[in-house]
Write a protein that binds this ligand. Structure first.
Ligand SMILES: Cc1cc2nc3c(=O)[nH]c(=O)nc-3n(C[C@H](O)[C@H](O)[C@H](O)COP(=O)(O)O)c2cc1C
Length: 449
């Protein structure tokens, strides 16, 4: 397919330790134990870096999924894994170029902690840190943080807005050159280059300053993945890059146009925010081989695992409904609102039963699945990229390590051959990879009294 322009796509990969497909861990070649074994992650990070990916990304929740019974949960590998910032700190030592992004909740953290941790990761990795801002989604998480239930959507997003602004303010606590460390004069830092935030708002009172020097990137990169009106609003105001789940090209185009419009309305340049739809690839040397890989995983989904996963994403316990009956009308969820709508729209459009809908969910959790040869998958990515649906992609390997290795060894070279993706890293930081400017520091210096 001839390439339309010299624009290059960005590639992220979401590394779920057992693969993105619900049955990925049961694939004959899946490497088990990756959820707690650093060596497995190291291999994945090195593989993604070999593929010149912009960033690897770790999703997270602060509790077990709570819409599932123990029986359902016991069929799923996504129950226990390493804490992402600890893991990324270790990965920062064994990688040198790839960006390292982790999810952290604005509902169950304090801004000072988050600002300090991501600034630390940015220093440890020489400017490769990214924070995926989420508001979390379950009562199961609330119950680990002194609450009986998860705060409602509007409250969560109000807190998230203020949270991000406090974190950004704290990241500006010091001028870049504040630490003079002058042995001769005995001056460690220049007091004129210290900034105290003195924030007081509806949710937080934070004086600052942060007890870590300004990060190499100025601000670590902010990722976001909300898709409700509130989620899009937060992304439009604060995100540098956005993950999204779209089943079809049309859905991805609609999301892209809407978010870019909101970014412009928020007074920002839409080109500076990168939109990355998730793609779950099944790559084969032939189309038949790719289809066989895909079919094999669908056959390995246990019904309990399927129902459990669907209940979590749709925000309602689905085990009450007949498996082979139509997907019923459901109450609007307080958790993943956009994902519930996406799944209900899909069920109506294709007239799906509950069982068929969980087949879709386990197969990429609402993301687009691309099955084919390297050329066919590159065609799909190019088509979305050149037709107003994406600035790049979040690659979701269905099983590991093979799903990532296939993409890096077979699809990346095809994208490079077409001039659609870099053949070498050109910059040092995650901001460089994403083509984002380093934010300056705008506030006046304030001395501590
Ligand atoms: C690729 C991707 C990754 C996500 N990772 C996480 C995550 O790690 N933790 C989390 O709580 N939510 C995660 N989410 C959910 C979103 O952050 C968001 O909460 C969800 O889309 C619902 O937002 P909305 O209510 O604004 O639609 C992810 C979403 C996408 C598309």
């Amino acid at each position: 397919m001839p390439v339309k322009s010299g624009r290059r796509m960005h590639l992220a990969t979401l590394l779920q330790p057992n693969g993105h497909h619900t049955a990925g861990w049961r694939h004959p070649d899946a490497q088990l134990g990756g959820d707690h074994d650093f060596r497995v992650y190291r291999h994945l990070a090195e593989t993604a870096e070999r593929g010149k990916f912009d960033v690897l990304f770790l999703a997270d929740a602060v509790g077990l999924r709570d819409r599932e019974t123990s029986e359902q949960l016991s069929r799923s590998p996504i129950t226990a894994n390493l804490e992402p910032l600890a893991l990324l700190s270790a990965l920062s030592v064994v990688t040198s170029r790839i960006g390292l992004a982790a999810t952290a909740s604005t509902t169950y953290n304090e801004p000072y902690h988050i600002a300090r941790k991501f600034a630390s990761l940015d220093h440890l990795s020489n400017g490769r840190a990214g924070w995926n801002v989420v508001t979390s989604f379950s009562d199961g998480e609330a119950r680990n943080f002194n609450r009986d239930s998860h705060p409602d959507h509007t409250t969560r997003y109000g807190r998230a807005r203020e949270f991000v602004s406090v974190v950004r303010g704290l990241w500006d606590s010091w001028d870049d050159d504040a630490f003079v460390r002058d042995k001769a004069s005995g001056r460690y830092f220049d007091p004129g280059k210290l900034h105290v935030l003195n924030h007081r708002g509806a949710h937080f009172a934070v004086r600052g300053p942060l007890n870590i020097a300004r990060a190499p990137q100025g601000h670590p990169v902010i990722f976001q993945a909300g898709a409700s009106d509130d989620g899009l609003g937060l992304a439009a105001e604060t995100a540098d890059a956005v993950y999204t789940a779209a089943q079809t090209l049309e859905e991805a185009q609609a999301y892209y146009a809407r978010l870019k419009g909101k970014i412009a309305a928020a007074g920002r340049d839409p080109q500076t925010v990168k939109i990355l739809p998730g793609i779950q690839p099944f790559v084969g040397h032939t189309e038949e081989e790719a289809k066989a890989k895909h079919r094999a995983l669908l056959d390995l989904i246990h019904p309990d695992a399927g129902l459990g996963h669907l209940s979590t994403l749709i925000g309602v316990d689905m085990s009450a409904y007949p498996l082979d009956g139509p997907v019923p009308e459901l109450p609007v969820t307080e958790s993943h609102r956009s994902r519930q709508k996406l799944l209900l729209d899909l069920a109506r459009r294709e007239n799906l039963t509950v069982r068929q809908l969980y087949g879709h969910v386990c197969n990429g959790a609402g993301h687009h699945t691309a099955v084919g040869t390297p050329g066919q998958i590159a065609d799909r990515l190019q088509h979305w990229f050149e037709n107003g649906a994406a600035d790049g992609f979040n690659i979701l390997p269905p099983y590991l390590p093979g799903g990532l290795e296939d993409f890096v060894d077979l699809v990346v070279p095809e994208l490079q051959r077409r001039g659609l993706f870099r053949t070498e890293y050109e910059g040092a930081t995650l901001r460089d990879h994403l083509g984002l400017a380093r934010p300056g520091l705008v506030r006046e210096a304030v001395r501590i009294a």
